[in-house]
Design a protein around this ligand. Structure first.
Ligand SMILES: [Zn+2]
Length: 213
């Protein structure tokens, strides 16, 4: 189990596939002490630097059921545009933003709506679904279209130890489900056909070998 002792601080980094922690089910969260606060602060820094909108504990080597997300609240206007785009078959936004640039060349993202999500669960998934193109900081440069419920009612505990219930739609709903999957050891390519998964895993591992990262 990863542990950043005060005597020997380690730099937090994103764990990449095929690190076995990414296929492991996470356990109950630890006490919300100073140490935990310290992880959260470091994780937010790493997430914004990596230009992600979500980061789950196993992605930084921690075995606990929590994740961070930062998806700006949609305005009514944006929601309408999104629905229109979906109707035209153009829907889809990047979950963890990445283009043809190297991440280190890009400016960090700025905090918009940061949330720490502890012990999360989906209480109810509405039957309408949406397909969004998702990326993952643990499998860089791989983008996969994933179909998920487009509206979910969720509950979780916040950093103050309070129980929160809310309804999420659009990108926030997709991000929550993506990060919750991480806590159960599920990656985006576990949600597609075995054949497609095999092709993408091979592509990813070759890419890692070639760039030596
Ligand atoms: Zn991910």
């Amino acid at each position: 189990m990863a542990w950043w002792g005060k005597a020997e601080p380690k730099i937090m980094k994103v764990h990449l596939f095929p690190d076995p922690i990414l296929n492991t089910k996470m356990v109950k969260i630890p006490p919300l002490d100073d140490h935990f606060q310290h992880w959260v602060t470091e994780m937010f820094e790493l997430m914004y630097k990596s230009r992600g909108i979500g980061l789950a504990a196993p992605q930084v080597g921690l075995h606990y059921r929590f994740f961070l997300m930062d998806v700006a609240e949609e305005t009514e206007e944006e929601r309408k545009t999104e629905q229109k785009n979906e109707a035209q078959g153009e829907g889809g936004e990047n979950l963890e933003e990445e283009e043809d640039f190297e991440e280190e060349d890009l400016e960090p993202l700025l905090p918009k709506n940061p949330k720490v999500i502890l012990d999360p669960s989906v209480i109810f998934a509405h039957k309408e679904t949406a397909v969004l193109e998702e990326g993952c900081l643990s499998i860089p440069k791989i983008k996969i279209e994933i179909e998920r419920p487009s509206k979910i009612d969720v509950c979780y505990q916040n950093l103050q130890g309070e129980r929160v219930e809310e309804s999420l739609t659009g990108l926030a709903a997709a991000c929550f489900q993506h990060e919750l999957d991480h806590l159960d050891g599920i990656l985006i390519w576990d949600r597609i056909s075995p054949l497609h998964r095999k092709v993408l895993k091979k592509k990813f591992l070759n890419q890692q070998k070639n760039y030596g990262t």
